[in-house]
Design a protein around this ligand. Sequence first.
Ligand SMILES: [Zn+2]
Length: 310
Amino acid sequence: MWGTHDLNFYQISQIKRVRVVRRADGYYAQFCVDIERNIKHEYTGKIIGIDLGLEFFYTDSDGLQVENPRRLRKSEKRLKRLHKRVSRRKKGGSNRKKAINKMARKHLQVSRQRKDFAVKTASTLIQSNDLIAYENLQVRNMVRNHKLAKSISDASWSMFVEWVEYFAKLHKIVTVAVPPQYTSQDCSGCGERVQKTLSQRTHQCLKCGTNLHRYHNAAKNILVKGLEVLGQKKSTDGQSETSNAWGENHLSLVEGNFGWLSGLVEPGNSRGDSWESPAIFGTPLFAAGGCQAVLKIQKVEAGTRLPLLR
Ligand SMILES: [Zn+2]
C-alpha cells in the first residue's frame, strides 16, 4: 500500500468513512480522517486581486504573472491526440478498447498534474496574502468568449479556486469572488471604460495615462471590486458607512487601511460546512455530516483485504 499519508499515523476511531474508487490504473481506497488542522497564518499585510487566464495561469494586481506549467501543457496536447485516436478506431473493436484505456490513463495523469499545480499555487498564494479577490468563474464563463474558454482551462481554474478557498479557510483569511463584467475594459487608474479587443495586450488610458499589461489592469480592477463587494457587505451589516462608488474611497483601502476586514466575513467563501479538502481526483467531495477531515487515498492491489473494511 502506498498513499499520500501514512495511514498508521491515525487511530482507527478517527477514520470516519472509506470509499473504494475505481480508476483507469487501478483501485483505490479513500479514507476520510477526522482530524483538526490548525494553521497559523503569518499576516503579511498584503491584499491581492488575480486574473485567471489562458496565456498566463494568473496575473496578480502587482503585475506578477504565473505561467501554466510546460509539463501540463504538453500532457494536455497529448491527451487531445489520444482523443482523436479513439474516435478513429472501429466501434466495439479491441483496438478501440485499448485506445480508450490509454486515453483514460492520460486523463488521470493530467488531472493529477493539474491538481498538483493547483495545490502548490493556491497554497503559495494564500501564504503570501491576507485577502484574495478573484473573478466569479460561473458568471465569467457566460460573459466571455466561448471559443477561447476551453474546457481544459475551465477545469484547471475551478480546481484552483476550490483549493484557494480550502486554504483560505485553514488560514482564516478572506477571499472574495467578484462579478467579472468589464474587469478587462475599465481603467484601474480612473475608472474610464477603455474598449479593447481580445488581441490587444496593453491597457492604455488616454484620460489618466495609465499604461499596463491588460491582465495586470484587470487584476487591479478585480482587487478593487473585491474590496467594494466587502464594503457593501459591511455597510449592509450596518457597521459603518462606506461609499462604494468608484472613486477615492477604494484607493485608500488599497493603501492598506483594511483592518476593518477582520471579523467582517467568514474566512473563505463558505460553500458548505464541510472542511474536507477538494477531492483527490479533482471534483470536490463535500460530505454530509460535516466531519472535519482530510481525504486521503491509498492504492490497493486487486484482492487485497483492507484491514479497515473487515
Ligand atoms: Zn484611466
